[in-house]
Write a protein that binds this ligand. Sequence first.
Ligand SMILES: NC(=O)c1ccc[n+]([C@@H]2O[C@H](COP(=O)([O-])OP(=O)(O)OC[C@H]3O[C@@H](n4cnc5c(N)ncnc54)[C@H](OP(=O)(O)O)[C@@H]3O)[C@@H](O)[C@H]2O)c1
Length: 272
Amino acid sequence: MAKDPILLIGAGRMGGALLKGWIAKGLTPVIAVEPKPSAALLKIARKARVLIVPTIEDVKAKRVRACVIALKPQILKTEAVRLKAIAASGALMLSIAAGTTIAFLKQSCGARAKVVRAMPNTPGSIGRGITAIYAPKGVAPAQKALAESLLSALGATVWVKQESQIDSVTAVSGSGPAYVFLMVEALADAGEAEGLPRKVAEQLARATITGAGALLDAEMTEPAVLRQNVTSPGGTTQAALNVLMAEDGLAALMRRAVDAANRRAEELGRLS
Ligand SMILES: NC(=O)c1ccc[n+]([C@@H]2O[C@H](COP(=O)([O-])OP(=O)(O)OC[C@H]3O[C@@H](n4cnc5c(N)ncnc54)[C@H](OP(=O)(O)O)[C@@H]3O)[C@@H](O)[C@H]2O)c1
């Protein structure tokens, strides 16, 4: 018997990355609702079992295994009601839309909709992301397993026990890549200020962050131990860490930054 398709609403950056991952894992057939498919998407669709349609109304499948929502939150606000019939069929409704609560989605799609919410991050576009997932009571274990399997196309997954924790996830891993990019910029600026040519400073900063990240990934060692391993007492690293680890140093700054992001995520959720 042919498998029911997976329905993807929005095949942009994240939706497109999910689609690529599903094809690689054999999680097909897929119907993607995308009004302006990119040339790359059309090429992928031609090779795999993917049907692209311009609107939700063009989806003719009687049943779908899951409906994965990868729309911008402001678009989802008006589109969500159009997903009512799909939600009423009992399909897993998996949303990766930022700041869009399960309560809002149930209000739009029906109170009995099986909604699971997830927060990926940008490295997911190359399969190196981490996605946090939350499922309220009433979502069957098989649907939770399907949600995890679909999201693993973007990289690692982790479950959280309360929906409010999705806001904290947004503040840590959702927004986190931007903090790291800023670190590269700041390190390059500091290198230039110390007399290095701009290009060299940028090259050093970029390679240092990607190299340290790769090391962190390759070794199962705690980051604090990796840090201590490169810090000789009284040496150059120690001199810098004395500044970064001061009372008003990086830890305090990161605490404030993550708290600001968390509060903003809560605010956006209240507006949805
Ligand atoms: N990118 C990330 O790193 C990231 C991280 C965490 C969460 N998210 C969340 O993931 C969601 C998608 O983000 P994204 O970066 O993938 O956005 P995106 O690239 O803008 O993708 C959304 C796609 O949906 C299409 N679309 C617009 N209206 C539609 C409709 N009525 N029906 C079907 N498709 C429609 C858009 O087409 P047009 O471009 O033609 O409008 C676009 O291709 C957002 O809620 C975002 O918050 C993203």
